[in-house]
Design a binder for this molecule. Sequence first.
Ligand code: PLP
Ligand code: LYS
Length: 418
Amino acid sequence: MDYFNYQDNGHLYGEACELARLAEQHGTPLYVYSRATLERHWHAFDQAAGEVEHLICYAVKANSNLAVLNVLARLGSGFDIVSKGELCRVIAAGGDPRKVVFSGVGKRVDEIQFALEQEIFCFNVESVAELERINQVAGELGRQAPISIRVNPNIDAGTHPYISTGLKENKFGIPIEQALDIYRQAAALPNLNVSGVDCHIGSQLTELSPFLEAVDKLLLLIDSLAAEGIHIRHLDVGGGLGVKYDQEAPPEPSRYAEQLKARLSNRDLTLVFEPGRAIAANAGVLLTRVEHLKPSEAKNFAIVDAAMNDLIRPALYSAWQAIIPTDLNLQREAAVYDVVGPVCETGDFIGKDRELAIAEGDLLAVRSAGAYGFVMASNYNSRPRAAEIMVDGDQAYVVREREQLADLWQGETLLPDA
Ligand SMILES: Cc1ncc(COP(=O)(O)O)c(C=O)c1O
Ligand SMILES: N[C@@H](CCCC[NH3+])C(=O)O
């Protein structure tokens, strides 16, 4: 069974990963990540961009585990961050701050200061107020802040409304109609170095056309800026490339990059990508054990030991993730179950109406859990967070959040004792 794959292309990637042994050793719920798969996905982007000058800035929010960041840092990856905490993680994991882009609508003064001191690659600016703030902080530090403006191209990404970001009514970016004027304002501010144009229109896109529509609009903007003497050196196309959870067939990075490169020919632009999900989602699974089977008149419930506090995507976005028994050789009677956790919320489910042949004590894998899984976990119901394991060939490393945070915050633990 290939638990770690990119587009379900049926390859086994040779990891001596015994999920049952890991679950036995470390307990469940348990997140397991694959180094080989993370690397393969990152290389898919790197190779797709090919000879064009480019920077792949992995979106740390998708999975900020230090071992995950370290795997990518070793490949020379850049990083897309949205907080000082994420920048601390990148640095702690051996990432190069000079390959970091800083996104987000609400950067605090201390976050801007820290990022300037770390000499990050670029601030992706989302409002005029933020431009002015960055200019002021840079002036106080005697530095020039590299900036790009996140342009909101008013494009429907065709994804879930909660993860769509490029429409007028979304809080992100600057409306494209105002972009030229705001670039002029930025260019006039003494402590800013206008270097890029940025956009990010949403997450889990399964079609190329919205990306390309956005890029076409941005290239027109870049031309208008050039005509005014504002020369843009990089184009940041954001993240958002979807993955296969179920029946989706998202485009491969190579097809995406091919289309981008066709549009960029003859332009001296560095291409920046910010993929999160496409790198991490199918490089991880969440292991969970069946606690009880509970038949009732209306429904059968499989009560498992993972809950919405471990994986909130189903509850938050009605997201569908495959749930499969890790041992397919067990003889069980099949039935249709709602797979639910122990948390005291009706919305606490991992999957609904799933046909499963399972019994109490069986181990299940929730697939595609490497992105927006552990990072969105909470301690709700005072449940401790799951452990995280990185599988690397036939080695498995425990990378517990507790220890990471203790390190990061110099011994100050943010979590209650479990
Ligand atoms: C600015 C920005 N860049 C990159 C990403 C990563 O997106 P994805 O995980 O869909 O690739 C996000 C999240 O949607 C984002 O908000
Ligand atoms: N957390 C979302 C994606 C958010 C993208 C971040 N801008 C998900 O699980 O699908």
